[in-house]
Design a protein around this ligand. Structure first.
Ligand code: NAP
Ligand code: G4F
Length: 337
Protein backbone atom coordinates (compact mmCIF):
# COMPACT_ATOMS: atom_id res chain seq x y z
CA UNK A 1 0.00 0.00 0.00
CA UNK A 2 1.42 3.38 -0.92
CA UNK A 3 1.67 5.97 1.80
CA UNK A 4 -0.84 8.80 1.69
CA UNK A 5 -0.02 12.49 2.06
CA UNK A 6 -2.30 15.50 2.30
CA UNK A 7 -0.83 18.87 1.33
CA UNK A 8 -2.40 22.28 1.85
CA UNK A 9 -0.91 24.86 -0.51
CA UNK A 10 -0.35 22.25 -3.26
CA UNK A 11 -0.78 24.90 -5.92
CA UNK A 12 2.01 27.09 -4.51
CA UNK A 13 5.74 26.99 -5.19
CA UNK A 14 6.62 24.51 -2.43
CA UNK A 15 3.42 22.48 -2.70
CA UNK A 16 4.09 21.75 -6.35
CA UNK A 17 7.68 20.62 -5.72
CA UNK A 18 6.64 18.59 -2.68
CA UNK A 19 3.87 16.87 -4.65
CA UNK A 20 6.37 15.83 -7.31
CA UNK A 21 8.87 14.70 -4.67
CA UNK A 22 6.31 12.53 -2.85
CA UNK A 23 4.89 11.08 -6.07
CA UNK A 24 8.44 10.07 -7.03
CA UNK A 25 8.69 8.30 -3.69
CA UNK A 26 5.53 6.32 -4.48
CA UNK A 27 3.08 8.26 -2.30
CA UNK A 28 -0.52 8.91 -3.14
CA UNK A 29 -0.88 12.68 -2.82
CA UNK A 30 -4.03 14.59 -1.99
CA UNK A 31 -3.80 18.34 -2.41
CA UNK A 32 -6.03 21.19 -1.35
CA UNK A 33 -6.86 23.75 -4.00
CA UNK A 34 -9.02 26.74 -3.32
CA UNK A 35 -11.74 28.19 -5.40
CA UNK A 36 -10.56 31.00 -7.65
CA UNK A 37 -12.20 32.88 -10.51
CA UNK A 38 -9.13 32.16 -12.63
CA UNK A 39 -6.95 29.07 -13.04
CA UNK A 40 -4.67 28.58 -10.06
CA UNK A 41 -3.26 25.10 -10.67
CA UNK A 42 -0.64 26.02 -13.28
CA UNK A 43 2.30 24.86 -11.16
CA UNK A 44 0.81 21.44 -10.55
CA UNK A 45 -0.88 20.83 -13.91
CA UNK A 46 2.17 18.99 -15.27
CA UNK A 47 1.56 16.12 -12.81
CA UNK A 48 -2.17 16.37 -12.38
CA UNK A 49 -3.16 13.12 -14.09
CA UNK A 50 -6.93 13.11 -14.28
CA UNK A 51 -8.54 11.03 -11.51
CA UNK A 52 -10.33 8.93 -14.11
CA UNK A 53 -6.91 7.70 -15.23
CA UNK A 54 -6.12 4.45 -13.44
CA UNK A 55 -2.54 5.63 -12.96
CA UNK A 56 -3.54 8.75 -11.02
CA UNK A 57 -1.87 9.21 -7.65
CA UNK A 58 -2.44 12.96 -7.30
CA UNK A 59 -5.90 14.18 -6.34
CA UNK A 60 -6.88 17.81 -5.88
CA UNK A 61 -9.80 18.73 -3.64
CA UNK A 62 -11.56 22.03 -3.10
CA UNK A 63 -11.13 23.19 0.47
CA UNK A 64 -9.84 26.21 2.34
CA UNK A 65 -7.86 26.79 5.51
CA UNK A 66 -10.66 29.07 6.67
CA UNK A 67 -13.24 26.29 6.38
CA UNK A 68 -12.96 23.77 9.24
CA UNK A 69 -15.81 21.53 8.08
CA UNK A 70 -14.21 20.83 4.71
CA UNK A 71 -10.81 20.20 6.31
CA UNK A 72 -12.35 17.72 8.75
CA UNK A 73 -14.24 15.91 6.01
CA UNK A 74 -11.12 15.66 3.86
CA UNK A 75 -8.92 14.26 6.61
CA UNK A 76 -11.64 11.87 7.75
CA UNK A 77 -12.07 10.53 4.20
CA UNK A 78 -8.42 10.46 3.09
CA UNK A 79 -6.90 9.27 6.39
CA UNK A 80 -3.42 10.55 5.48
CA UNK A 81 -0.20 9.18 6.94
CA UNK A 82 1.40 12.61 6.60
CA UNK A 83 -0.05 16.11 6.49
CA UNK A 84 2.00 19.03 5.16
CA UNK A 85 0.47 22.38 6.05
CA UNK A 86 1.98 24.69 3.43
CA UNK A 87 -1.09 26.81 2.71
CA UNK A 88 -0.82 30.45 3.73
CA UNK A 89 -1.28 34.07 2.77
CA UNK A 90 2.48 34.10 2.38
CA UNK A 91 3.31 37.65 1.26
CA UNK A 92 4.85 39.72 4.06
CA UNK A 93 4.11 43.17 2.58
CA UNK A 94 0.53 42.22 1.75
CA UNK A 95 0.00 41.01 5.34
CA UNK A 96 0.17 44.65 6.49
CA UNK A 97 -2.81 45.40 4.21
CA UNK A 98 -4.88 42.34 5.18
CA UNK A 99 -3.72 41.49 8.71
CA UNK A 100 -6.88 39.80 9.98
CA UNK A 101 -7.19 37.61 6.88
CA UNK A 102 -3.52 36.68 7.22
CA UNK A 103 -3.97 35.79 10.90
CA UNK A 104 -7.02 33.70 10.00
CA UNK A 105 -5.47 31.68 7.17
CA UNK A 106 -1.78 31.61 8.08
CA UNK A 107 -2.25 31.36 11.84
CA UNK A 108 -5.62 29.83 12.65
CA UNK A 109 -5.47 27.71 9.50
CA UNK A 110 -2.77 25.59 11.15
CA UNK A 111 -4.95 25.13 14.22
CA UNK A 112 -7.88 24.08 12.05
CA UNK A 113 -5.75 21.47 10.26
CA UNK A 114 -4.39 20.10 13.53
CA UNK A 115 -7.80 19.95 15.17
CA UNK A 116 -9.30 18.29 12.10
CA UNK A 117 -6.59 15.62 12.29
CA UNK A 118 -7.16 15.15 16.01
CA UNK A 119 -10.94 14.93 15.63
CA UNK A 120 -10.61 12.37 12.83
CA UNK A 121 -8.40 10.29 15.14
CA UNK A 122 -5.98 9.44 12.33
CA UNK A 123 -2.49 8.25 13.12
CA UNK A 124 -0.66 10.86 11.06
CA UNK A 125 2.43 13.02 11.16
CA UNK A 126 2.09 16.78 10.74
CA UNK A 127 4.52 19.22 9.11
CA UNK A 128 4.04 22.94 9.74
CA UNK A 129 5.60 25.38 7.27
CA UNK A 130 7.18 27.78 9.71
CA UNK A 131 9.28 30.69 8.60
CA UNK A 132 12.53 32.53 9.30
CA UNK A 133 10.34 35.66 9.33
CA UNK A 134 9.45 34.64 12.91
CA UNK A 135 12.98 35.69 13.96
CA UNK A 136 12.30 39.20 12.65
CA UNK A 137 14.70 41.58 14.33
CA UNK A 138 16.70 38.93 16.21
CA UNK A 139 20.26 39.28 14.87
CA UNK A 140 21.79 36.56 12.66
CA UNK A 141 22.77 33.81 12.58
CA UNK A 142 19.35 32.52 13.65
CA UNK A 143 18.95 28.96 14.87
CA UNK A 144 16.23 26.90 16.61
CA UNK A 145 17.00 28.46 20.01
CA UNK A 146 16.91 32.07 18.77
CA UNK A 147 13.99 33.98 20.36
CA UNK A 148 11.29 35.10 17.93
CA UNK A 149 10.67 38.81 17.35
CA UNK A 150 8.12 38.97 14.51
CA UNK A 151 7.93 42.19 12.48
CA UNK A 152 4.76 41.74 10.41
CA UNK A 153 1.22 40.37 10.70
CA UNK A 154 2.45 37.43 8.59
CA UNK A 155 5.27 36.68 11.01
CA UNK A 156 2.94 37.01 14.03
CA UNK A 157 0.58 34.51 12.41
CA UNK A 158 3.47 32.11 11.72
CA UNK A 159 4.59 32.35 15.37
CA UNK A 160 1.07 31.40 16.43
CA UNK A 161 1.04 28.44 14.03
CA UNK A 162 4.51 27.35 15.18
CA UNK A 163 3.50 27.25 18.84
CA UNK A 164 0.19 25.60 18.01
CA UNK A 165 2.09 22.74 16.36
CA UNK A 166 4.43 22.48 19.37
CA UNK A 167 1.43 22.60 21.70
CA UNK A 168 -0.30 19.75 19.87
CA UNK A 169 2.91 17.76 20.16
CA UNK A 170 3.10 18.36 23.90
CA UNK A 171 -0.61 18.22 24.76
CA UNK A 172 -1.92 15.48 22.50
CA UNK A 173 1.23 13.52 21.77
CA UNK A 174 0.89 14.21 18.06
CA UNK A 175 3.92 13.91 15.78
CA UNK A 176 4.27 17.58 14.79
CA UNK A 177 7.42 19.03 13.24
CA UNK A 178 8.13 22.66 12.34
CA UNK A 179 10.42 23.39 9.43
CA UNK A 180 11.74 26.91 10.00
CA UNK A 181 12.62 27.57 6.40
CA UNK A 182 14.63 30.56 5.27
CA UNK A 183 13.80 32.13 1.91
CA UNK A 184 13.82 29.61 -0.91
CA UNK A 185 13.24 30.45 -4.51
CA UNK A 186 12.88 28.88 -7.93
CA UNK A 187 11.47 29.55 -11.40
CA UNK A 188 8.07 28.75 -9.81
CA UNK A 189 8.38 31.54 -7.23
CA UNK A 190 5.43 33.96 -7.19
CA UNK A 191 6.10 36.98 -9.42
CA UNK A 192 5.73 39.53 -6.60
CA UNK A 193 8.47 38.15 -4.34
CA UNK A 194 11.67 40.08 -4.83
CA UNK A 195 13.87 37.43 -6.52
CA UNK A 196 11.33 36.49 -9.15
CA UNK A 197 10.31 40.10 -9.66
CA UNK A 198 13.97 40.81 -10.46
CA UNK A 199 14.67 37.82 -12.73
CA UNK A 200 11.44 38.32 -14.66
CA UNK A 201 12.25 42.01 -15.14
CA UNK A 202 15.81 41.22 -16.27
CA UNK A 203 14.47 38.90 -18.98
CA UNK A 204 11.91 41.49 -20.09
CA UNK A 205 14.40 44.37 -20.10
CA UNK A 206 16.85 42.28 -22.13
CA UNK A 207 14.04 41.54 -24.58
CA UNK A 208 13.17 45.25 -24.85
CA UNK A 209 9.63 44.99 -23.44
CA UNK A 210 10.27 46.65 -20.05
CA UNK A 211 12.17 49.87 -19.27
CA UNK A 212 12.53 50.02 -15.52
CA UNK A 213 12.45 47.84 -12.44
CA UNK A 214 10.99 49.53 -9.35
CA UNK A 215 12.08 48.08 -6.01
CA UNK A 216 12.00 48.94 -2.30
CA UNK A 217 14.73 48.26 0.25
CA UNK A 218 17.91 47.06 -1.45
CA UNK A 219 19.83 46.70 1.82
CA UNK A 220 17.83 43.81 3.29
CA UNK A 221 19.88 40.63 3.70
CA UNK A 222 18.31 37.26 2.96
CA UNK A 223 19.52 33.66 3.00
CA UNK A 224 18.23 32.45 -0.36
CA UNK A 225 18.15 28.71 -1.14
CA UNK A 226 16.67 26.57 -3.90
CA UNK A 227 13.09 25.41 -3.28
CA UNK A 228 13.26 21.86 -4.77
CA UNK A 229 15.98 21.02 -2.22
CA UNK A 230 13.98 22.43 0.70
CA UNK A 231 10.97 20.16 0.20
CA UNK A 232 13.21 17.16 0.88
CA UNK A 233 13.93 18.61 4.33
CA UNK A 234 10.15 18.78 4.97
CA UNK A 235 9.81 15.09 4.20
CA UNK A 236 12.90 14.16 6.23
CA UNK A 237 11.47 16.00 9.25
CA UNK A 238 8.53 13.56 9.23
CA UNK A 239 10.69 10.41 8.82
CA UNK A 240 12.47 10.75 12.19
CA UNK A 241 11.81 8.66 15.31
CA UNK A 242 10.77 11.71 17.31
CA UNK A 243 9.30 15.03 16.20
CA UNK A 244 11.34 18.22 16.40
CA UNK A 245 11.80 21.64 14.80
CA UNK A 246 14.48 22.41 12.20
CA UNK A 247 16.06 25.48 10.65
CA UNK A 248 16.55 24.93 6.91
CA UNK A 249 18.86 27.45 5.25
CA UNK A 250 22.09 27.87 3.30
CA UNK A 251 23.99 29.81 5.97
CA UNK A 252 24.86 32.52 3.42
CA UNK A 253 23.45 36.04 3.46
CA UNK A 254 23.22 38.41 0.49
CA UNK A 255 21.58 41.80 0.03
CA UNK A 256 18.77 42.44 -2.40
CA UNK A 257 21.25 44.75 -4.17
CA UNK A 258 23.65 41.82 -4.68
CA UNK A 259 20.81 39.74 -6.15
CA UNK A 260 19.95 42.58 -8.54
CA UNK A 261 23.56 43.01 -9.59
CA UNK A 262 24.09 39.27 -10.18
CA UNK A 263 20.85 38.95 -12.18
CA UNK A 264 21.65 41.88 -14.50
CA UNK A 265 25.24 40.63 -14.82
CA UNK A 266 23.92 37.34 -16.15
CA UNK A 267 22.60 39.13 -19.26
CA UNK A 268 25.45 41.62 -19.46
CA UNK A 269 23.49 44.70 -18.38
CA UNK A 270 24.38 47.41 -15.82
CA UNK A 271 21.61 47.29 -13.21
CA UNK A 272 22.07 50.94 -12.20
CA UNK A 273 20.62 52.05 -15.56
CA UNK A 274 17.35 50.23 -14.96
CA UNK A 275 16.57 50.02 -11.24
CA UNK A 276 14.70 52.76 -9.42
CA UNK A 277 13.49 52.94 -5.84
CA UNK A 278 9.76 53.20 -5.22
CA UNK A 279 8.92 53.86 -1.55
CA UNK A 280 5.63 51.98 -2.05
CA UNK A 281 7.64 48.80 -1.69
CA UNK A 282 9.08 49.76 1.71
CA UNK A 283 7.49 47.95 4.64
CA UNK A 284 6.11 49.54 7.81
CA UNK A 285 8.63 47.38 9.69
CA UNK A 286 11.50 45.66 7.88
CA UNK A 287 13.39 42.48 8.69
CA UNK A 288 16.97 43.60 8.11
CA UNK A 289 18.93 40.37 8.06
CA UNK A 290 18.09 36.65 8.02
CA UNK A 291 20.93 34.12 7.86
CA UNK A 292 20.21 30.61 9.10
CA UNK A 293 22.32 28.14 11.03
CA UNK A 294 21.14 24.75 9.77
CA UNK A 295 23.45 22.63 11.96
CA UNK A 296 20.58 20.63 13.49
CA UNK A 297 19.10 19.76 10.07
CA UNK A 298 22.55 18.72 8.83
CA UNK A 299 23.29 16.54 11.83
CA UNK A 300 19.89 14.94 12.39
CA UNK A 301 18.29 14.93 8.94
CA UNK A 302 21.50 14.62 6.93
CA UNK A 303 20.27 17.60 4.90
CA UNK A 304 22.48 20.27 3.35
CA UNK A 305 21.89 22.80 0.57
CA UNK A 306 23.50 22.12 -2.79
CA UNK A 307 22.49 25.15 -4.84
CA UNK A 308 23.92 28.41 -3.54
CA UNK A 309 23.42 32.06 -4.45
CA UNK A 310 25.25 32.31 -7.80
CA UNK A 311 23.66 29.17 -9.23
CA UNK A 312 20.24 30.15 -7.95
CA UNK A 313 20.38 33.51 -9.71
CA UNK A 314 21.56 31.84 -12.92
CA UNK A 315 18.78 29.19 -12.79
CA UNK A 316 16.07 31.80 -12.25
CA UNK A 317 17.29 34.31 -14.86
CA UNK A 318 17.73 31.59 -17.47
CA UNK A 319 14.28 30.14 -16.76
CA UNK A 320 12.63 33.55 -17.18
CA UNK A 321 14.50 34.15 -20.43
CA UNK A 322 13.37 30.75 -21.70
CA UNK A 323 9.80 31.37 -20.59
CA UNK A 324 9.69 34.66 -22.46
CA UNK A 325 11.17 33.05 -25.54
CA UNK A 326 8.58 30.24 -25.44
CA UNK A 327 5.74 32.74 -25.04
CA UNK A 328 7.04 34.87 -27.91
CA UNK A 329 7.34 31.84 -30.17
CA UNK A 330 3.81 30.73 -29.23
CA UNK A 331 5.25 27.48 -27.92
CA UNK A 332 3.50 25.41 -25.32
CA UNK A 333 5.03 26.71 -22.11
CA UNK A 334 6.89 23.81 -20.56
CA UNK A 335 9.52 25.86 -18.78
CA UNK A 336 9.96 24.84 -15.17
CA UNK A 337 7.62 27.20 -13.40
P1 NAP B 1 3.05 30.31 -2.08
O1 NAP B 1 3.70 30.01 -3.40
O2 NAP B 1 2.54 31.67 -1.80
O3 NAP B 1 1.85 29.24 -1.91
C1 NAP B 1 0.90 29.40 -0.90
C2 NAP B 1 -0.16 28.34 -1.08
O4 NAP B 1 -1.18 28.51 -0.09
C3 NAP B 1 -0.88 28.41 -2.44
O5 NAP B 1 -1.16 27.09 -2.89
C4 NAP B 1 -2.17 29.12 -2.10
O6 NAP B 1 -3.24 28.85 -2.99
C5 NAP B 1 -2.45 28.50 -0.74
N1 NAP B 1 -3.43 29.24 0.04
C6 NAP B 1 -3.51 30.57 0.23
N2 NAP B 1 -4.60 30.87 0.99
C7 NAP B 1 -5.21 29.70 1.25
C8 NAP B 1 -6.39 29.35 1.94
N3 NAP B 1 -7.18 30.27 2.51
N4 NAP B 1 -6.75 28.04 2.03
C9 NAP B 1 -5.98 27.08 1.43
N5 NAP B 1 -4.84 27.36 0.75
C10 NAP B 1 -4.48 28.65 0.66
O7 NAP B 1 4.05 29.94 -0.88
P2 NAP B 1 5.36 29.03 -0.89
O8 NAP B 1 6.51 29.90 -1.19
O9 NAP B 1 5.10 27.81 -1.67
O10 NAP B 1 5.47 28.67 0.65
C11 NAP B 1 4.81 27.53 1.20
C12 NAP B 1 4.63 27.73 2.69
O11 NAP B 1 5.90 27.91 3.32
C13 NAP B 1 3.80 28.95 3.08
O12 NAP B 1 3.11 28.62 4.26
C14 NAP B 1 4.84 30.00 3.37
O13 NAP B 1 4.31 30.96 4.27
C15 NAP B 1 5.93 29.18 3.99
N6 NAP B 1 7.30 29.65 3.85
C16 NAP B 1 7.78 29.97 2.60
C17 NAP B 1 9.10 30.37 2.48
C18 NAP B 1 9.68 30.72 1.14
O14 NAP B 1 10.75 31.35 1.10
N7 NAP B 1 9.05 30.32 0.03
C19 NAP B 1 9.93 30.41 3.61
C20 NAP B 1 9.40 30.04 4.84
C21 NAP B 1 8.10 29.64 4.95
P3 NAP B 1 -3.35 29.68 -4.40
O15 NAP B 1 -2.36 28.99 -5.33
O16 NAP B 1 -4.75 29.47 -4.79
O17 NAP B 1 -2.97 31.08 -4.12
O1 G4F C 1 10.91 38.44 -1.54
P1 G4F C 1 10.28 39.04 -0.35
O2 G4F C 1 8.92 39.60 -0.49
O3 G4F C 1 10.35 37.94 0.78
P2 G4F C 1 10.25 38.00 2.39
O4 G4F C 1 9.56 39.22 2.85
O5 G4F C 1 11.63 37.76 2.92
O6 G4F C 1 9.29 36.77 2.69
C1 G4F C 1 9.48 35.52 2.03
O7 G4F C 1 10.38 34.73 2.79
C2 G4F C 1 9.88 34.37 4.10
C3 G4F C 1 10.99 33.55 4.78
O8 G4F C 1 11.89 34.40 5.39
C4 G4F C 1 8.60 33.58 3.94
F1 G4F C 1 8.16 33.17 5.16
C5 G4F C 1 7.56 34.44 3.24
O9 G4F C 1 6.39 33.65 3.04
C6 G4F C 1 8.12 34.86 1.89
O10 G4F C 1 8.26 33.69 1.10
O11 G4F C 1 11.22 40.23 0.22
C7 G4F C 1 12.58 40.02 0.51
C8 G4F C 1 13.23 41.36 0.81
C9 G4F C 1 12.48 42.19 1.84
O12 G4F C 1 13.40 42.74 2.75
C10 G4F C 1 11.84 43.31 1.03
O13 G4F C 1 11.68 44.53 1.73
O14 G4F C 1 13.23 42.13 -0.38
C11 G4F C 1 12.87 43.45 -0.07
N1 G4F C 1 12.33 44.08 -1.29
C12 G4F C 1 12.90 45.16 -1.90
N2 G4F C 1 12.14 45.52 -2.95
C13 G4F C 1 11.23 43.74 -1.95
C14 G4F C 1 11.10 44.63 -3.01
N3 G4F C 1 10.34 42.75 -1.76
C15 G4F C 1 9.31 42.63 -2.64
N4 G4F C 1 8.41 41.60 -2.49
N5 G4F C 1 9.13 43.50 -3.68
C16 G4F C 1 10.02 44.52 -3.92
O15 G4F C 1 9.84 45.31 -4.84
Amino acid sequence: MSRVALISGTTGQDGSYLSEFLLDKGYTVHGIKRRSSSFNTERIDRVDVHPRDGEARLFLHYSDLSDPASLSALIRDIRPDEIYNLGAQSHVRVSFDIPAYTADVTGLGALRMLEAARAADVDCRFYQASSSEMFGSAPPPQREQTPFHPRSPYACAKVYAYWTAVNHRESWDMFCANGILFNHESPRRGENFVTRKITRAVARIEAGIQDKLYLGNLDAVRDWGYAPEYVEAMWLALQQDTPDDYVVATGEGHTVREFVEAAFDRVGLDWQRYVEIDPRYFRPAEVDALIGDYTRARRRLGWAPKTLFGDLVRIMVDADRQLLEDERMGRLVRVDR
